[in-house]
Design a protein around this ligand. Structure first.
Ligand SMILES: [Zn+2]
Length: 499
């Protein structure tokens, strides 16, 4: 890190002038738009020719008239490798002389929106005449699984989220695609276009016959991307929920997935809010307001046997599995009561699994299928018929939520009939199935709570259910029937295939 006391010289390179200024000790240089400021540490033996070299290097950028912003280069001889913090870049004299500093400096200097980083690479490649071969790329893109890269999603360009190899491929694409746009339509068009505008034309120009459709394009336009609090990628929605995207973990979740997580979570939240708007309009504004200021973290510790948690005091959702994001956000929508875990979890499961029917939650349902299968095997051989049906679903990849509901409800009810104690499930979601592993117990009690909440909403209506959640009324005051009787009726109707 650069230390001010060791600062010897400050050089400022004005974009529009040939003059090199020498302003010792001057840090604030007023309106510096388009300037590069150079700080040189005491340990540096540096001659004017190094400064002149930087100036020469930056000429193509200055001439191009692309929007620029102030960047400071700190040159320190003790520095190993180029690093940067905000608008400051740190490197050694050697990095200047070898030219290594130039690409990161130019990328940092170009003033564009945070999510348009691909355009910066394109501009750099074009101005500095970097020749990229399209051969390896064509082979890479021949695999349909690799094509999401063509969305130019910002996360694909952040080194912390990708391997060096991935970054290399992403940057090559940006440079080749950008060069095509500039050659065909000019630099101004590159600056104003959307990533998808010319993608298929460009693929065609390389002799590739497939086309690319970015299914999340319109949804992800609703996000504003920044960096904040040590996170290279923070995505904020118009719902004022912020997603702090962490570097990928060993469990396989990665930034490629994060794009889908962002898009589908946004759609799911809107579906849930619209559902409330339609069936309980008096709770819509309040529900929406409850989401304002919620921050979602993918890398904060979660103290739970499940994959996530909502921490109301901090307004934080913490998840270790992406499939839990919407569930946890549902906890933020409704006031939570410690005395009624079944209600909290039941609504969160109902809203995230049943109201929002998104493909990403297919993974969650798939996991649930496996859970119920394991439980059915554990509990009793009597459940063979259900187990066979579940195994068939797993083998054929048919993870329909309605089918899942029907099967798991029957298994649950049979288990209850067999004497698994029921009372505490509704007070505390840690279930009481004593001879199955703990995590499976919890999953099942979540399901059970979900089915019961669904029953209440269908039998009474959403307004009544939300009224019960948001007020101090007892169950009986809210629904006109006592809790135990409601449970009994629900189980009878469920078991009897009445709905
Ligand atoms: Zn929960």
């Amino acid at each position: 890190m650069f230390r001010e006391s060791r600062k010897k010289l400050i050089w400022i390179i004005p974009v529009v002038s040939l003059l090199l200024c020498f302003l010792p000790g001057c840090k604030d240089i007023g309106n510096k738009e388009g300037f590069i400021t150079i700080y040189i540490a005491d340990d540096c033996e540096i001659g004017n020719e190094v400064i002149a070299e930087i100036y020469q290097d930056l000429k193509p950028l200055q001439k191009s008239k692309v929007p620029l912003r102030n960047v400071a280069i700190h040159i320190e001889d003790s520095k190993v490798g180029i690093t940067s913090h905000g608008m400051d870049m740190y490197c050694a004299v050697e990095d200047i002389q070898s030219g290594k500093y130039l690409e990161p400096l130019v990328i940092k200097s170009i003033e564009l929106k945070h999510d348009e980083i691909w355009k910066k690479y394109a501009i750099y490649g074009y101005l500095y005449k970097e020749t990229e071969s399209s051969e390896g790329l064509k082979e890479y893109l021949s695999d349909a699984d690799n094509r999401d890269i063509l969305s130019m999603f910002i996360g694909y360009f952040i080194p912390e989220y990708n391997t060096m190899e991935e970054i290399g491929v992403n940057v090559s694409i940006a440079k080749l695609y950008g060069k095509y746009i500039i050659d065909e339509c000019g630099l101004d068009e590159l600056l104003s276009c959307d990533a998808s505008d010319y993608i298929n034309e460009w693929l065609g120009s390389m002799g590739l016959t497939f086309s690319y459709e970015d299914e999340y394009k319109d949804i992800l336009k609703q996000f504003n991307y920044t960096e904040d609090k040590g996170y290279n990628l923070v995505a904020q929605t118009d719902l004022e929920v912020s997603f702090y995207m962490a570097p990928p973990k060993e469990d396989g979740s990665n930034v490629y997935l994060s794009r889908q997580v962002l898009a589908e979570t946004y759609v799911a939240l809107n579906e849930i809010l619209n559902y409330i708007k339609e069936y309980a309009p008096e709770y819509y504004q309040k529900s929406k307001a409850n989401l304002i200021g919620v921050n979602v973290f993918f890398d904060r510790p979660v103290y739970s046997v499940t994959g996530g948690g909502y921490y109301p005091a901090e307004k934080e959702v913490r998840v270790s599995r992406y499939i839990d994001v919407v569930h946890e956000l549902c906890h933020a929508i409704l006031p939570n009561s410690n005395a009624h875990q079944w209600r909290n979890e039941g609504f969160a499961e109902y809203a995230s699994k049943i109201v929002s029917k998104l493909s990403i939650y297919r993974d969650k349902v798939e996991k649930d299928y496996h859970t119920i299968e394991e439980n059915a095997i554990f509990i009793n051989e009597e459940y063979t018929e259900y187990r066979d049906e579940i195994i068939e679903c797993i083998e054929t990849g048919d993870y329909d939520i309605e089918r899942y509901k029907r099967i798991s409800a029957k298994v649950l009810i049979k288990m209850r009939e067999d004497g698994a104690p029921v009372e505490s499930v509704y007070d505390n979601y840690v279930a009481q199935y004593t001879d199955v592993p703990k995590e499976e117990n919890v999953d099942l009690s979540y399901d059970e709570a979900m089915f019961f909440v669904e029953y209440l909403i269908k039998k009474y209506n959403l307004s009544k259910f939300l009224e019960y959640c948001c007020n101090e009324n007892t169950f009986e005051e809210a629904f006109g029937v006592n809790f135990e009787s409601a449970i009994q009726r629900w189980r009878e109707e469920f078991a009897g295939d009445k709905w």
